[in-house]
Design a protein around this ligand. Structure first.
Ligand code: HEC
Length: 149
């Protein structure tokens, strides 16, 4: 029991650490760091899905928790005045349609929350979660991100 609690606390600290690492005074730098972390998180799962890494339920769950954390925080990192600068790939559409943008973040939050509530016990289950979560990245990027490279 004590061990279980320690592991859970460790996982939470890790998630909090990721959030702290992406915190900065500049919202553009913060959101780019947060999205980079999100890319790394999904990358770990993609590797498992491709068979380039062993299926690891704990690592997958930590990556999904980190993405859930990003999904909750991301919408706060697009204040008025952060439309341009730092080679931002944020599309002007974000500020024209903030409600639509928030909805896309909500979809990512829900897909990750669902995966947290029912952790994948097999690679096939993880692949299904990856499909759902990955779809929400694309869902936002295709409208609200202008990819520069
Ligand atoms: C609600 C919208 C939204 C969702 C959902 C979203 N993104 Fe993003 N993402 C953005 C925006 C906007 C940018 C550009 C940010 C900037 O440059 O200011 C971005 C940028 C990125 C970048 C480039 C970061 C950099 O600067 O190098 C990566 C990688 C990325 N997203 C991965 C993901 C992944 C993986 C997911 C899903 C798990 C995801 N994103 C979900 C909006 C979103």
């Amino acid at each position: 029991m004590i061990r279980k609690v320690t592991v859970a606390a460790g996982a939470l600290m890790l998630v909090a650490g990721i959030a702290a690492a992406s915190a900065s005074d500049d919202p553009i730098a913060s959101r780019q760091a947060m999205m980079k972390n999100t890319g790394a998180s999904i990358g770990a799962i993609v590797k498992m899905a491709k068979g380039e890494a062993e299926f690891d339920a704990l690592a997958a769950s930590l990556a999904i928790r980190a993405m859930n954390n990003s999904a909750i925080g991301i919408v706060h990192l697009f204040p008025t005045g952060s439309e341009t600068g730092m080679d931002t790939e944020a599309a002007p559409k974000i500020w024209e349609d903030m409600a639509g943008f928030v909805e896309k973040a909500k979809a990512m939050e829900e897909a990750t929350a669902k995966a947290i509530a029912a952790p994948a016990a097999s690679l096939d289950e993880l692949k299904a979660q990856l499909g759902e979560i990955g779809g929400t990245c694309k869902g936002c990027h295709e409208t609200y991100r202008i990819k520069k490279s």
